[in-house]
Design a protein around this ligand. Structure first.
Ligand SMILES: Cc1cc2nc3c(=O)[nH]c(=O)nc-3n(C[C@H](O)[C@H](O)[C@H](O)COP(=O)(O)O)c2cc1C
Length: 227
């Protein structure tokens, strides 16, 4: 299995979302899941903002694009290729001002590409190309935005991620949201991290089970072919 692991926290060693993503991958390794990681740190390799040249090139049919248009789209093409080559996507990010870090938004702007990550069906519908991917979002938040909290209605991150990736065919992404990690007592923060680690261990066990089932199915097919 190939996992694309994408991070977006401005913090490094002190980052909770980065630590939780590492924790998740360690649980997968512990469960003996065979996987490679394609790692992308969006704070180092930040995709460019949308420019006028990009906006024009992306909606120009591929066969009509000039060399300059192709050059404009090259880094976005490369990101899309990495995404499409993966079997699973692990996105880790903090909440910044109730939504996603701007580097992650730039990433979404780069990977949402007509004719590449989504296609137009003959009936006018949109066919997202990430439908076969397992997708995990790990988010870290300073406040507690869970149901019933006074901050619940401020969560503009979860719906934005669901919409952007739903459009690309991701029907049932998994969310592990660590909260509250800042605006709370030390005990409440520790409990939030522990809760998130527990949820990540459960998701890792589920992915491991899925990977084993897929391996068995492949082995059975190979055996049937050999007979
Ligand atoms: C610039 C900035 C903006 C933030 N905005 C919010 C916010 O709107 N809501 C919230 O709950 N936490 C907010 N936080 C807190 C972070 O989401 C929280 O500390 C999180 O754990 C950071 O994740 P990290 O450790 O991976 O960087 C903000 C933090 C920073 C630095």
């Amino acid at each position: 299995m190939k996992i694309m692991h994408v991070e977006a926290s401005a913090k490094r060693e002190r980052s909770n979302s980065r630590a939780l993503a590492r924790y998740f991958l360690e649980r997968l390794r512990e469960a003996r899941v065979d996987f490679d990681v394609d790692y992308l740190d969006l704070t180092v390799d930040t995709p460019p903002h949308v420019t006028e040249a990009f906006a024009i090139a992306t909606y120009t049919p591929a066969h009509e694009r000039t060399a300059a248009m192709r050059a404009t789209l090259a880094s976005s093409d490369a990101l899309c290729a990495r995404l499409l080559a993966a079997d699973a996507l692990v996105f880790a990010m903090p909440m910044y001002n109730w939504s996603m870090p701007s580097a992650f938004k730039a990433f979404i702007d780069s990977i949402t590409r007509t004719g590449v990550t989504y296609l137009h069906a003959e009936d006018g519908g949109i066919v997202g190309q990430l439908g076969r991917h397992k997708v995990l979002f790990i988010t870290s938040r300073g406040a507690d935005l869970r149901a019933g909290s006074p901050y619940e209605s401020m969560d503009a991150l979860t719906p934005a991620l669901k919409a952007a990736f739903g459009f690309l065919g991701v029907a049932g992404p998994t969310f592990v949201d660590a909260q509250p990690l800042q605006f709370a007592s030390p005990e409440a923060r520790a409990a939030a991290l522990e809760r998130a680690r527990g949820e990540l261990a459960t998701v890792a066990a589920r992915w491991a089970q899925g990977a084993r089932a897929a391996n068995h199915a492949t082995e059975a097919l190979c055996q049937a072919d050999a007979e």
